[in-house]
Design a protein around this ligand. Structure first.
Ligand code: SF4
Ligand code: SF4
Length: 196
């Protein structure tokens, strides 16, 4: 045994070092959070629960049943049905996202030409049954209402509406013109904003 190792054993150097570290950590603030009491704000661009943006004018979703989101979805977890009018316009009949199969790539929100679909920052939606994570169009609207009611601002702008690295002129018209969505209705003649 070397002299240095012997000295370490005699003077219990390693134990003293360990105790010193314990003492130091007792006065160091914890790096963990007391979730769910302490909630962390999601980072910009976080992709959470899906929602249909509620159109302020109609009170309904803006989806035009173009099927782009269903085609681009790598998990094939979006199903849509529609009927066609005589003038060729499509009327959305059913829309569903099977969230447990979603990989949150964000392609559906990126590709949507009318900015109807968003991935919100809501991350607390664990459920006891898979069925409650199949979002139909009504549930998607409710998801939006819930998300919008928790926002601190009166408007919401989704980062996927303006894709980085793509010239504005190359975006579909719906995306080019897209402005932040008001998430609370203005009260007429009062200048105030109402909660939903
Ligand atoms: S985020 Fe990706 S996987 Fe999920 S529904 Fe949209 S396109 Fe499909
Ligand atoms: S891409 Fe947008 S408009 Fe087209 S079907 Fe999907 S949600 Fe509807």
């Amino acid at each position: 045994m070397k002299l240095r190792d012997a000295a370490k054993r005699v003077f219990l150097i390693e134990i003293i070092k360990g105790l010193a570290l314990t003492l130091k950590m007792m006065f160091t603030p914890p790096v963990t959070r007391r979730y769910p009491k302490e909630k962390r704000a999601p980072f910009p661009g976080f992709r959470g629960r899906h929602a249909f943006v509620r159109d302020e004018k109609t009170g309904r979703e803006k989806c035009v049943a173009c099927l782009k989101c269903a085609v681009v979805c790598p998990s094939q977890c979006i199903t849509i049905s529609y009927r066609e009018q005589e003038n060729g316009a499509r009327i959305l009949e059913t829309y569903a996202i099977e969230a447990p199969r979603c990989i949150f790539c964000g392609y559906c929100a990126e590709v949507c030409p009318v900015c109807a679909l968003v991935l919100t920052e809501t991350y607390e939606y664990a459920a006891y049954s898979r069925a409650s994570l199949y979002f139909d169009r009504e549930q998607l609207l409710r998801n939006w209402d819930e998300f919008a009611s928790q926002l601190n601002t009166a408007a919401y702008f989704n980062k996927f509406w303006r894709l980085p690295g793509i010239a504005l002129g190359k975006l579909p018209v719906g995306k080019r013109l897209q402005k932040p969505v008001p998430v609370r209705r203005p009260i007429p003649n009062s200048g105030e904003i109402s909660e939903r």
